[in-house]
Design a binder for this molecule. Structure first.
Ligand code: SAM
Length: 236
């Protein structure tokens, strides 16, 4: 097991675990005093830790050895029109596994979900980070309206957006031709981008439309496909 803790890890005493983490380790995995788990806090690398029980339903972790140095967060910003519940959970988990360092919901004209639960997004991001071995938790941001998102990410580096129209560019050639540095990747909602949004995007400097093939993919499929191409070409 591998856990994210917000607290400083210490070799001198047990860092208390959250009730849900205690339940996971002691009841679900049936581990006990002295068992080994891995832990990270996003700042101090990865540590081997020992479980120390401090009560019937209480336990903490004592750091015993540092196994990995801290690494930087990936620079990829993943911008997406939020989907509903389970599919958004899936999309967040997959984006973290595939190297997104920033998760940015964008409210477009045809977006289906009117609100986004950023806390739930973060809980999914933490779970995915624990599972996939990274040492940082992606930055889960509050939703931005389409215009505000363009303003926020303009100048950060190139942006590519996924566009099911036939005249969009090949993703591999486009990504391979980009200068090194932070990339922003934007996926549209189930209803697609409006004509006006597409025009606005294409009028921006450093924004390119990429195609993911001749079929119309669901937004969560498009996200995984696009993130896989980014990872395979310029991923960090
Ligand atoms: N507007 C479309 C419609 O209703 O017919 C469908 C939008 S699609 C379900 C959701 C999003 O996935 C799109 O906005 C786009 O970002 C991405 N997408 C889906 N298929 C794609 C493809 N073949 N190439 C590039 N992007 C695609």
């Amino acid at each position: 097991p591998r856990l994210y803790l917000e607290a400083e890890l210490s070799e001198d005493g047990a860092v208390p675990l959250e009730p849900a983490q205690v339940n996971y380790l002691l009841s679900v995995l049936r581990l006990d005093d002295g068992a080994t788990v891995l832990a990270f806090n996003g700042r101090d690398g990865e540590w081997r830790c020992r479980i120390e029980r401090t009560g019937k339903k209480k336990a903490g972790l004592v750091a015993t050895a540092r196994l990995r140095e801290q690494t930087k967060a990936p620079t990829l910003a993943y911008l997406f029109a939020p989907l509903k519940h389970a599919r958004l959970d899936y999309m967040v988990q997959k984006a973290v596994e595939m190297g997104a360092g920033i998760l940015q919901p964008v409210m477009t004209q045809h977006v289906q979900a009117s609100r986004v639960n950023v806390e739930r997004m973060r809980a999914n991001a933490v779970e995915a980070a624990e599972q996939c071995g990274i040492l940082t938790i992606p930055d889960c941001r509050e939703p931005l309206k389409f215009d505000a998102a363009l303003a926020e990410y303009r100048g950060r580096g190139p942006m590519v957006f996924c566009d099911e129209r036939e005249d969009a560019e090949s993703p591999v050639a486009t990504l391979a031709g980009l200068p090194k540095g932070p990339l922003s990747l934007l996926i549209g909602p189930e209803g697609g981008f409006s004509g006006e949004e597409r025009e606005r995007l294409l009028a921006e400097p450093d924004v390119t439309a990429i195609s993911l093939g001749p079929r119309i993919l669901r937004a969560d499929t498009a996200a995984v496909a696009a993130l896989a191409v980014v990872q395979a070409t310029i991923g960090d």
